[in-house]
Design a protein around this ligand. Structure first.
Ligand code: ATP
Ligand code: MG
Length: 388
């Protein structure tokens, strides 16, 4: 974030989380006792408008954002957007010790080893976390953040076309961490190892946090679309019917006895998505094992799995029974995130029923909007680009 942004604290800001399936908008306002949710809403992303995390049709997307702004009676103002996708890199890397000035000059070169995308077409940022790495003389620990330039630019363009004032574009894990920090310790990010599964339509992003610090994140291409697809194939129905069944009439079950209580279509649907849920769980185990291996000092509080709690967010976290399924399979406490439930972010202006249902989908948008409102925000090394 630029200097100006730090000095001028804003009275309200919009966080805009544009996903492949849905646009989620959160407007937060500063109040005398903290931060309040002023407006929140969502709308479908126009079909085909987003591909691999890039908004390929900014005009149609901006139109949808504009309609949402009108419906919510929001007139422009500062906004923060997010980027997510397998081409976005957020990771801690060891680099040879050097000054910030040297690093600024060589970061593009150094980043080459860690990003799959051509570095000359990427926005690359860094933050030095530790000048001296324990046991690694001559090395320092750096947080590297990179995203394809067209992905970042497409967000900025869309915001501008929608009449918003783009302040920053940020990566999802940092938005998630900031969103969770708004609950003032309710989700206990400090100390224990936490895994957050942001389950959208195209991707589930696994983010591991320890001691309040980002550890790693991974994108798994299994989320709502894969569930819908599995139901469609199993029941030989259309995508629309499969989606409707998934969102309105099924649940994830823990046993065959429980499955037998569902109607026949829901039974088939619950059976069809289980292999996909199990794959997400395997990927989570892999991520945790990888982290443990790197650390070589298992977290005493985290048990065998190496994690003390799992948080579910994103639209697909709304699937009934999902929390119980993950909890039964993994044996650690699992919660579906609602950053508005604890009253830290007061939510006076927004319909409670809407909020109750949508809260897991609003985590990223909340974290994005908070970026402009919190002066004591967590380290914002997560910005691939600033617009101050
Ligand atoms: N009640 C529900 N039960 C199950 N799934 C749901 C429910 N409501 C929404 N979903 C699913 O959530 C997904 C949309 O969530 P979200 O808005 O977080 O995705 P997105 O951010 O657009 O996707 P991505 O980040 O992967 O590009 C869709 O697959 C939708 O079917
Ligand atoms: Mg998403």
């Amino acid at each position: 974030m630029g200097i100006l942004g730090k000095l001028v604290s804003r009275s309200s800001a919009v966080g805009l989380d544009i996903g492949s399936a849905g646009i989620k908008l959160v407007q937060l306002q500063r109040t005398k006792d903290g931060v309040a949710l002023h407006k929140a809403g969502s709308a479908p992303t126009p079909a085909g408008a987003m591909k691999a995390g890039v908004i390929v049709d900014p005009l149609a997307t901006a139109q949808a954002v504009r309609s949402l702004l009108e419906a919510l009676q929001i007139e422009g103002g500062p906004a923060v957007a997010g980027v997510a996708g397998p081409t976005v890199v957020v990771r801690e890397v060891p680099l040879p010790s050097m000054s910030d000035r040297q690093l600024r000059k060589s970061i593009q070169w150094e980043a080459r080893n860690y990003i799959s995308f051509p570095v000359e077409d990427s926005v690359v940022e860094f933050e030095v976390l530790d000048r001296e790495m324990e046991g690694n003389a001559g090395q320092m620990k750096v947080m590297l953040v990179a995203a394809p330039r067209d992905m970042v630019d497409s967000q900025v363009e869309t915001l501008e076309l929608a009449g918003l004032e783009p302040m920053a574009v940020e990566t999802q894990p940092f938005a998630i961490m900031r969103g969770l920090s708004a609950t003032n310790g309710h989700y206990q990010l400090t100390g224990e190892t936490t895994a957050v599964l942001e389950m959208g339509a195209s991707y589930t992003e696994i983010t591991i946090i320890k001691g309040g610090q980002f550890v790693l994140s991974r994108m798994i291409p299994i989320a709502g679309n894969a569930f819908t697809e599995a139901i469609k194939t199993a029941l030989e129905i259309s995508t629309e019917e499969a989606n409707e069944l998934k969102e309105k009439a099924m649940r994830v079950v823990l046993s065959e006895e429980e499955r037998a209580t569902l109607d026949p279509a829901a039974q088939q649907a619950s059976r069809a998505i289980e292999p996909h849920l199990d794959e997400v769980i395997r990927e989570l185990r892999r991520s945790l094992a990888y982290y443990d291996y790197q650390q070589q000092q298992p977290d005493a509080t985290a048990g065998d799995l190496g994690v003390a709690q799992i948080l579910l967010s994103g639209g697909s976290a709304r699937l009934p029974g999902l929390l119980e399924y993950f909890q039964a399979q993994l044996g650690v406490p699992v919660s579906v995130v609602n950053v508005f439930a604890q009253g830290e972010v007061q939510a006076r202006g927004v319909n409670q029923e809407y909020l109750e249902a949508q809260a897991p989908s609003l985590l990223v948008g909340t974290g994005l909007a908070l970026r402009e409102l919190l002066l004591d925000a967590p380290k914002d090394s997560g910005s691939p680009e600033d617009h101050q």
